[in-house]
Design a protein around this ligand. Structure first.
Ligand SMILES: Cc1cc2nc3c(=O)[nH]c(=O)nc-3n(C[C@H](O)[C@H](O)[C@H](O)COP(=O)(O)OP(=O)(O)OC[C@H]3O[C@@H](n4cnc5c(N)ncnc54)[C@H](O)[C@@H]3O)c2cc1C
Length: 450
């Protein structure tokens, strides 16, 4: 027999397709209340990136349209997350609260707080999968609580059966009489600057991006993924971060197609880092493996890096792409992160923070653990990986097209010679000299590490 009302709390699962928590609530309850709470803890946090705030508002507006077309309106609240969820559950006399399980220390603390409050009112709190292709506890090494190395994780991950993809509900019976609240404006939740060329959020757009990219680009993914000017990767990361699309659904819809193996492997990297964070929440900001680094305090160099004024064209192009679009190509993310931590010797945490301030896909697991991978403090078995920024530019942007797109000062240099300009040409163009000598900087880095 169906139970009275169930509350479905959306977090970073802003979709109606393949949504196990929503599907379970519809199956088990006579009526439901879909809810999103703007958490004061997020609003008061150090990071209030406008690009992610804007993407979130877009995504909630789109979710509301999808829910309304099925018979339910999204209720919106603001305040302490657990208190607000409980208040709506009590107001709707709900017997259960359904939500998608997540991995960060922050998400787990919030969930524990909610459970502690709900138990007193005999309201059950039920979590469901949906953030990852396979939940952390379902892929474990023998005798351990998480995989520390990617390849054995991938081997196990790709062989395990995946749960079936769930269709979007056709109809939803909503509980009547709940105040819907209103979506805040972007400025109300984040006063910071927006990237002029940011992408729009929402499940509807995310699904369109995926299906057209799968048709036109998936088969060539392995050949084109490092091509900076082509920029032909899926650009789905923000939709994945906010759960506008289900990683399981897109992996299932791709596997077996030409080119899909290399791409699905990237989705596995996402799961890999999420399971590391689930087991080691401290690794968000502490070294996963401390290797005795002595970081350099150099605010001027850090600022030049942030503004894309290092004098290394590919580094500057990547950093300016970040400010302009709230996105950066994966290849340049690796180059600029290596440059900050190895050439400038600056602590990876400064870089991770700046990325989180601007990236629309900014994600504590993917961002901070990739930063650690590049800095050599993470799960990587090769902690001394070094990228030469000039060689990387010549190799992945040989004609300089990517650099010209973002570095206006170099727009008149018609070819790849822009990677190796001399001091006179730079002065004439108003483009800075390199702020370090790469080879000397790396020799010093090696000494510091030794
Ligand atoms: C220093 C650094 C910081 C990063 N910060 C983030 C971040 O905050 N958020 C984020 O989603 N990704 C981050 N990445 C990983 C990667 O750069 C982006 O996921 C990717 O560039 C997004 O573009 P795409 O969606 O076109 O990727 P595609 O190449 O199309 O890949 C598909 C999806 O796989 C996942 N993926 C791809 N590469 C990785 C990877 N190396 N690690 C984990 N997941 C991956 C992403 O969800 C991505 O959307 C970072 C990488 C580095 C080196």
């Amino acid at each position: 027999m169906a139970m009275p009302t169930g509350v479905v709390v959306f977090t970073r699962d802003l979709r109606v397709h393949d949504h196990p928590a929503l599907a379970a609530a519809i199956r088990e309850h006579k009526s439901i209340v879909p809810l999103f709470v703007f958490d004061d803890a997020v609003a008061n946090a150090k990071f209030r990136p406008a690009n992610r705030a804007a993407f979130l508002i877009d995504s909630l507006a789109d979710l509301d349209v999808s829910l309304q077309s099925r018979g339910a309106k999204l209720a919106v609240r603001k305040g302490n997350w657990a208190d607000q969820v409980l208040a709506v559950a009590k107001e709707s006399k709900a017997s259960a609260i359904h939500l998608t399980e997540d991995v960060s220390g922050f998400a787990l603390r919030r969930l524990a707080e909610l459970r502690a409050l709900a138990v007193e009112f005999e309201i059950s709190v039920v979590t469901h999968p949906g953030v990852m292709v396979i939940s952390p506890g379902d892929v474990l090494p023998t005798g351990g609580d998480h995989f520390k190395v990617f390849t054995p994780y991938y081997r196990k991950w790709i062989e395990l059966p995946w749960r079936p993809v769930l269709r979007a509900p056709k109809e939803i019976t909503a509980l009547e009489g709940i105040d819907p609240g209103t979506l805040p404006s972007i400025k109300e939740i984040s006063p910071g600057p927006l990237s002029p060329n940011r992408i729009m959020g929402g499940e509807s757009i995310g699904r369109k991006v995926f299906s057209s990219w799968r048709t036109s680009h998936l088969s060539k993914y392995d050949e084109t993924r490092n091509d900076l000017p082509g920029d032909e990767t899926s650009h789905l990361s923000a939709y994945l971060h906010f759960g506008c699309i289900s990683p399981l659904e897109i992996a299932t819809a791709s596997i077996g197609r030409d080119g899909a193996d290399a791409w699905v492997r990237q989705l596995c990297w996402r799961d890999f880092y999420h399971q590391v964070l689930a087991a080691r929440p401290d690794a968000s900001w502490a070294d996963f493996k401390h290797r005795g680094d002595h970081w350099i305090d150099d605010p001027a160099a850090l600022q030049a890096w942030k503004e894309g004024r290092t004098g290394f064209p590919v580094v500057d192009a990547g950093m300016r792409q970040l400010l302009d679009e709230g996105f950066m190509h994966n290849r340049t993310r690796m180059i600029v992160a290596s440059f900050l931590t190895k050439d400038l010797g600056i602590d990876w945490r400064h870089g991770a923070r700046h990325f989180l301030e601007w990236l629309t896909d900014g994600d504590i697991a993917n961002n901070n653990l990739n930063w650690q991978w590049t800095a050599g403090t993470g799960t990587d078995t090769n902690p001394n990986r070094i990228f030469n920024p000039t060689v990387q530019g010549q190799r992945f942007d040989p004609k300089g097209e990517y650099v010209r797109r973002y570095v206006n000062e170099l727009a008149s240099i018609p070819d790849g010679s822009l990677h190796t300009l001399g001091p006179l040409e730079r002065a004439a163009l108003g483009y800075p000299d390199p702020i370090v000598d790469h080879h000397e900087a790396i020799a010093e880095y090696r000494l510091r590490r030794a």
